[in-house]
Design a protein. Structure first.
Length: 398
């Protein structure tokens, strides 16, 4: 007798990557799979806009069940609290109690959070780990009046947050504390433009400092200096929840699942990992977690699962970066174009043109989800393969 049972796909995490992976596999393997998507809340979180939410701006409401309409994907609201790799089940705790979801293939897309464990006292700082965290910061800023605020971290999240606060709250004195130069990954001209924009917004930049401790009203620097403030935002470092590590799945030192060239776990090939929750190696190194790299991983996994259920060979993943887009408030931005290995090219975009470019980038996931429901979105439609700077790795496809 022919076995006609559909392959059970469970996707945990409905952020940028998890949602696209679920939509992609439901479309590309239609009739051969059942897809269940797990997420703690119904509202879709636009992580690219968290700095806007943290400054009290109203964002569009996107509900996950609405985005899934017509796909046949089952949505389960709750927290994934455990993975049993032997039984192939995921434990989910929600408002109605706990359930165990059986899977044949698991897509691990839980994303990452700011690593507050790396500094003592981080519980005194705001983070942008969730919409609730961002709204708490927005409430603080709205009530602060003339005050001081520290942003810790000179990466893209810290830069965007500092600029957004300074523009939205002119009475708040914003200081950006960073170990290195803000936007250090960008080219000289882009860094110069970025720094000039922060100066124009009144952001005080203190580069070359090490934060030893977060205090209830400021921070203590290495060496003992105390920088007082009425509020602090911590943006530096990332970590993935220990769900995979606790399940015995091979992970790196930040909790990301280590994948092979096809984006399957090296220890559990029935598990795929995407986005911030995956340690994906390319010829130039391990890709860092961004929406730019995450969406292609999700599209690639959807394609590989569709190939797998049809008995076809899996394809290796190749990805090259295109740009580093940074908003500097609502009226300014800088876009550093890059080589596929994320090193800066000579080209950049600034000012109003960069604002329009950045808004297009930030809005693109919702458009992509609509397309994924109608056609099969591939990784090559979302990114470059990296060309000569990203030669295929050998010995990884199993």
């Amino acid at each position: 007798m022919t076995n006609t049972r559909q392959t059970r796909i469970v996707v945990i995490g409905a952020g940028y990557t998890g949602l696209l992976a679920a939509l992609g596999v439901a479309r590309r393997a239609r009739g051969r799979v059942t897809v269940t998507l797990v997420n703690p809340w119904e509202r879709f979180t636009e992580r690219l806009r968290m700095h806007q939410l943290a400054t009290g701006q109203q964002l569009a409401e996107h509900r996950i069940p609405d985005l899934l309409t017509g796909t046949g994907i089952a949505f389960v609201q709750g927290w994934a609290t455990g993975v049993d790799t032997a039984a192939r089940t995921v434990r989910v705790s929600g408002s109605d109690g706990a359930v165990a979801l059986d899977y044949d293939t698991l897509v691990y897309a839980i994303g990452s959070t700011t690593d507050t464990a790396r500094v003592p006292g981080a519980e005194h700082a705001f983070t942008l780990n969730s919409p609730m965290d961002a709204r708490r910061m927005a409430a603080h800023l709205a009530a602060a009046g003339r005050s001081t605020f520290l942003v810790c971290g000179g990466g893209l999240t810290g830069i965007e947050a500092a600029a957004e606060i300074a523009e939205s709250y002119p009475d708040v004195t914003v200081t950006l504390l960073t170990r290195g130069e803000p936007g250090a990954m960008m080219g000289v001209r882009a860094r110069g433009y970025l720094r000039a924009s922060l100066d124009r917004l009144g952001v005080i930049v203190r580069a070359g400092v090490e934060i030893a401790r977060v205090l209830p009203a400021g921070v203590e620097l290495a060496g003992g200096e105390v920088v007082p403030a009425d509020g602090t935002l911590w943006t530096t470092g990332v970590r993935v929840a220990p769900l995979a590590t606790q399940a015995g799945i091979a992970t790196d030192d930040t909790g990301r699942i280590v994948t092979d060239a096809t984006l399957r776990s090296v220890s559990h090939p029935e598990i795929y990992a995407v986005g911030d929750a995956a340690a994906v190696r390319q010829a130039y190194g391990v890709i860092h977690g961004t929406c730019q790299s995450g969406l292609p991983t999700a599209a690639h996994v959807a394609g590989n699962i569709a190939r797998q259920v049809r008995g076809r060979a899996l394809r290796p993943f190749r990805f090259g970066y295109l740009h580093q887009p940074v908003s500097l408030g609502r009226r300014d931005a800088v876009i550093q174009f890059t080589y596929p290995d994320d090193t800066p090219r000579r080209w950049l975009l600034t000012g109003r043109a960069a604002v329009l470019y950045k808004e297009t980038v930030s809005s693109s996931p919702i458009t992509t989800y609509g397309l994924a429901k109608r056609i099969g979105i591939s990784a090559r439609m979302l990114s470059t393969s990296g060309g000569r700077r990203n030669r295929p790795l050998t010995g990884q496809v199993r």
